[in-house]
Design a protein around this ligand. Structure first.
Ligand SMILES: [Zn+2]
Length: 84
């Protein structure tokens, strides 16, 4: 991950991270600009926004929950249809 200096727009180095929640989805990143003519230090925020694909475990749990609503005959018919 690259962080850019808000002053000179050159690359900055992350020197430390302070997680802002227990899930570690939001964090303050303490950064130092690598431009020798700037050397600004600053704090920027990193935050989780949304999934592009749900975690595999969530998908499997969703499938299990859906299948549990079907009768055994319906499940067998579904599997037979999926194989054909
Ligand atoms: Zn800079």
């Amino acid at each position: 991950m690259t962080v850019y200096c808000p002053n000179c727009h050159q690359k900055a180095r992350i020197t430390s991270r302070n997680n802002m929640n227990d899930e570690k989805t939001v964090a303050d990143l303490y950064c130092s600009c690598t431009n020798k003519d700037c050397y600004a230090t600053f704090v920027t925020t990193l935050g989780f926004k949304h999934y592009l694909n749900p975690p595999l475990q969530s998908t499997m749990q969703l499938a299990v929950n859906l299948l549990s609503t079907l009768s055994k005959a319906e499940r067998l018919a579904l599997l037979k249809g999926a194989i054909d």
